[in-house]
Write a new protein. Structure first.
Length: 218
């Protein structure tokens, strides 16, 4: 109930006759912030449709703030599976080229247009080769379009250049399974490489065998 109490306080201060216009602007910004946080909670609870409906009631005509709400709503509708609603929200968002291009590529992917998604993410990867999210999604698209060897190259490069994270390790382990019958050796080698890394505080050592898709040897 904490967010709703904060939202009530914001509304009370907005309607007060003694509140100046500058103060009202501040309270409106705080109210929007509460609204976004409530939507995040709804997403975590699994009520994605409720989160989307809630976010759609927050939009105003105040430019820079609206783009964040529109982008967040786009992502929620993507998770819900309503591609039309996601496209509508994205069309109202005026954000950075990278953000808009990434969301457009994700829309292609969600719509099962894998060739278009691959083309879009490859263009982003060429411009932003160090962006882990872009590289990861390009690799997924390459797998969907049957370019397993290219996906392996992208993911192995990503492993060498960025801190390890669950989906990257899981996807590369899956690609190894698709590439070779000796995939266990590849996955063991990957686990050893990440465990031996000194950068990032040795982040790789804390990953479990399941994240590398390594079943116990009978």
């Amino acid at each position: 109930m904490g967010y709703y109490e904060l939202a009530r306080e914001c509304r009370e201060n907005i309607v007060k006759a003694s509140t100046s216009e500058d103060e009202k602007k501040t309270w409106r910004a705080r109210l929007r912030d509460c609204g976004i946080r409530v939507a995040n909670v709804l997403v975590e609870m699994g009520d994605l449709e409720g989160a989307g409906r809630h976010l759609s009631t927050l939009s105003t005509d105040e430019g820079d703030v609206d783009k964040d709400i529109a982008i967040m709503e786009t992502l929620v509708w993507l998770r819900v599976g309503d591609i039309a609603a996601a496209r509508r929200c994205l069309s109202s968002a005026t954000s950075s080229t990278l953000t808009n291009a990434t969301l457009t590529a994700l829309l292609h992917l969600a719509d099962s247009d894998f060739e278009a998604a691959t083309t879009a993410f490859r263009a982003l990867y060429d411009e932003h080769p160090d962006d882990a999210m872009v590289a990861q999604n390009l690799a997924v698209c390459l797998v969907y379009t049957g370019r397993i060897s290219e996906a392996k190259t992208v993911l192995e490069t990503l492993v060498d250049q960025s801190a390890p994270f669950h989906s990257m390790v899981f996807n590369l382990s899956t690609v190894y399974e698709l590439c070779t019958e000796r995939n266990r050796d590849r996955k063991m080698s990957l686990a050893g490489k990440l465990a031996a890394r000194k950068d990032g505080g040795g982040m790789g050592w804390e990953m479990s065998a399941s994240e590398f898709k390594l079943a116990p040897v009978a």
